[in-house]
Design a protein around this ligand. Structure first.
Ligand SMILES: [Zn+2]
Ligand SMILES: [Zn+2]
Length: 251
């Protein structure tokens, strides 16, 4: 470690950051100072030139970990460019891949793509990226939203409906749960609903290829649950309770 690096109190990075040494995205294999919040790649600790000021440095992220409403205002859009682009690309050439959204991408590529989105999401070209890397980046983005897509406030309601639906009887229980969910999502903030809508229609298309990709709604639920639904304690659900298929939302 450099002399400056020794002055910080480093712990493993838990929120994404920008490395203050090389100025790129850092999440995997990163460290942050418990006092000033400075983020740094492990490898960049060797040359880090910034000493600890013992008070919080301002955040430097534009996309990852940034509040959805704030991000949309700053980028003047209704759904994040990142979500639109990743969904479009995976619709185009990812829905038939076995384990799409379950299988992780290569970490170094995921980190580089996150960095590209930080630098200017509307300019990112995904055509050379592996769909597993793209899927991984989108999941990271969703997971790092300070307020999850389903919101902290409505979390208990979503869980309640999922539980009731799981214990309900057949088609009748399913259609009632569908109605309740429709009412419930209507109570989400507008920008959360817009983003959730893009995501859910996409996941429905992914699920229609389940025979090829092995990702029926139950698997997608397990994978996405912790990324879109969290309670105030910050713990994502590991699985919506008691259901083996999502309510039928097709027409
Ligand atoms: Zn670095
Ligand atoms: Zn520090």
């Amino acid at each position: 470690m450099s002399k400056a690096a020794i002055s910080h109190t480093f712990k493993k990075l838990i929120t994404p950051s920008r490395c203050r040494e090389c100025d790129s995205y850092v999440y995997f294999h990163g460290y942050e100072c418990a006092e000033c919040g400075l983020g740094c790649h492990k490898k960049c600790l060797e040359t880090l030139a910034i000493k600890c000021g013992h008070k919080r440095l301002p955040r430097k992220m534009t996309t990852f970990g940034v509040d959805l409403a704030q991000h949309l205002t700053e980028t003047n859009t209704t759904v994040p460019h990142l979500v639109e682009k990743c969904v479009t690309e995976i619709d185009g050439r990812g829905t038939k891949i076995k384990g799409i959204y379950r299988v992780s991408g290569v970490k170094s590529r995921v980190e580089k793509l996150c960095q590209a989105f930080e630098n200017g999401a509307h300019l990112v070209d995904l055509s050379d990226q592996h769909p597993n890397v793209i899927a991984n980046v989108m999941k990271l983005y969703l997971r790092q939203l300070p307020e999850p897509l389903l919101t902290f406030r409505l979390y208990p309601e979503f869980i309640r409906i999922a539980k009731e639906c799981g214990s309900g009887t057949g088609a009748e229980g399913t259609s009632r749960a569908g109605e309740e969910l429709r009412d419930l999502v209507g109570r989400l903030p507008r920008h959360h609903l817009a983003c959730l809508s893009v995501l859910m229609h996409h996941l429905h298309r992914v699920a229609t290829q389940a025979q090829l990709n092995n990702m029926p709604p139950s698997n997608l639920g397990i994978v996405f649950g912790p990324h879109v639904a969290k309670d105030f304690g910050g713990l994502g659900v590991t699985q919506f309770p008691g259901r083996h298929s999502a309510p039928n939302t097709s027409h």
